[in-house]
Design a protein around this ligand. Structure first.
Ligand SMILES: Nc1ncnc2c1ncn2[C@@H]1O[C@H](COP(=O)(O)OP(=O)(O)OP(=O)(O)O)[C@@H](O)[C@H]1O
Ligand SMILES: [Mg+2]
Length: 421
């Protein structure tokens, strides 16, 4: 390279071209999970439901405890966040002491840490620090109560993804928190639980269920048109004019509506589709980019599930896959069981009974890894036909070999497989 060529290269900043290549977005943050949109289309009823209860706090009364539930991506977290923000701002402007705090129980998932997290929000200079572990839980609760009374007013405690916490440690935390009002002197509190498990209350003892779910607020899944409106709003905010082919938003909405009406899924699809177009140097985002985004999302979702399947499930799936690779479709459970026992023999694993295998097949089906169809075999007999449901973009065998040495071992053998008809 000549000297002046080197100089030109040095003068170019590599970030110039990288910044330019981000130009299909105006504001990429509009698609990030923490983004707070200006409006919440199609959640007016839920916003009102929360507001009508929480307004009691502004009147100095205790709002009822609430349980919010609905499928993932139905807007529970964002609606609560928006309403709480307005509640706090109104409390400030009219001088009412309202305190609200949210704990995400997926990340903070023990009784001790939840109460510690709540108490920390009320910490003042000079307070004793509550250690991460070590105190008896009752002492942490006592300190929380002391700080609540010191602060006074109404406290709104939001436990988001509460189903994770209860599944892990039981419901005694809700019991303890919902009893606080009996002992608080100069403050009061209410609890809002948020769950995407529609059967969450079945995990609770009846006393706890009736205390928490004084008001139930159900978030119904969004339909395709509703998701479309949500996306349009973000597009206006986050994407350069004219770079989306007109069918793109509709396709993202339709795909997400099929996926239990999940607005998060729609936002992810659109964001990834735009990113793909950008990476490919295209100026227009079209349906093809959305399809690519869809398969990337499926890939990202399924890969960890496949990799962490228990050994027997992996052997079973391996048995299905080698039959499919051999050209077989609609494989009978009998045939799968035959291959499965052969695989077990090769790697010296004790095979499970056909009955257990049948229930493992149901589990794989409910994970969306296979599709098991019931077929009648005449004379009242029933059997299942199995097909894998893994998108082609995902190399399932490689994922399993990679994550499980026994499968690596099994894949070295030859098997006696049924020939396709
Ligand atoms: N009505 C709406 N208007 C604008 N954005 C929305 C709306 N509903 C949901 N969203 C957006 O969709 C994404 C998912 O919403 P949110 O996190 O509130 O779902 P969720 O019901 O809490 O789901 P999960 O049960 O998985 O926690 C967020 O980015 C949120 O901003
Ligand atoms: Mg949420």
């Amino acid at each position: 390279m000549k000297k002046n060529e080197v100089e030109t290269k040095m003068r170019e900043n590599i970030f110039d071209s990288l910044i330019e290549s981000d130009s299909l977005f105006v504001d990429r943050q509009a698609f990030e999970h923490g983004f707070e949109p200006d409006s919440l289309p199609h959640r007016e009823k839920e916003v009102r439901g929360l507001g009508e209860n929480l307004v009691e706090a502004l009147r100095g009364h205790i709002p009822s405890n609430m349980l919010l539930y609905g499928v993932p991506g139905s807007g529970k977290t964002i609606v609560t966040k928006t309403v709480l923000k307005q509640l706090k701002s109104k409390g400030k402007s009219n001088g009412t002491a309202v305190k609200a705090y949210t704990i995400n129980c997926r990340t903070v998932d023990t009784k001790y840490r939840v109460i510690q997290g709540l108490a920390n929000r009320l910490e003042r200079a000079g307070d004793i620090k509550i250690p991460f572990t070590g105190w008896p839980t009752d002492k942490v609760l006592e300190e929380f109560r002391r700080r609540m009374d010191r602060r006074g007013g109404i406290h709104v405690i939001v436990l988001d993804e509460i189903d994770h916490l209860v599944a892990k440690v039981g419901d005694s935390i809700i019991y303890s928190l919902s009893n606080l009002n009996l002992e608080l002197e100069s403050s009061k509190c209410c609890i809002i639980g948020i769950s995407n498990d529609l059967h969450f209350t079945k995990m609770l003892t009846p006393q706890v269920a009736s205390r928490l779910a004084q008001i139930d607020l159900v978030f119904h899944p969004y339909g395709a048109n509703q998701i479309n409106d949500i996306l349009q709003e973000r597009v206006r905010h986050g994407i350069r004019d004219g770079v989306l082919d007109q069918s793109v938003v509709g396709l993202c909405s339709a795909l997400a509506a099929q996926e239990h009406g999940d607005a998060r899924r729609a936002l992810d699809l659109l964001r990834i589709a735009v990113k793909k177009a950008q990476q490919m140097g295209h100026e227009l985002v079209d349906r093809g980019h959305v399809r690519l985004a869809q398969s990337q999302l499926e890939h990202d979702q399924l890969t960890p599930v496949l990799r962490t399947l228990p050994l027997q499930q992996k052997i079973l799936l391996f048995s299905i896959c080698i039959n499919e690779e051999n050209g077989l479709k609609n494989i009978s459970t009998g045939e799968i069981y035959r291959t499965y026992t052969e695989v077990c023999m090769r790697i010296m694993i004790e095979p499970l009974t056909p009955r257990r295998i049948s229930s493992l097949l149901n589990e794989l089906d409910s994970l969306g890894i296979i599709i098991a169809r019931n077929v009648s075999k005449g004379r009242g007999g029933r059997s299942k036909q199995i097909n894998s449901a893994i998108p082609e973009s995902l190399d399932v065998m490689a994922e399993m070999r990679d994550s499980e040495p026994m499968i690596e071992e099994a894949s070295k053998s030859k098997y006696r497989l049924q020939r396709p008809l």
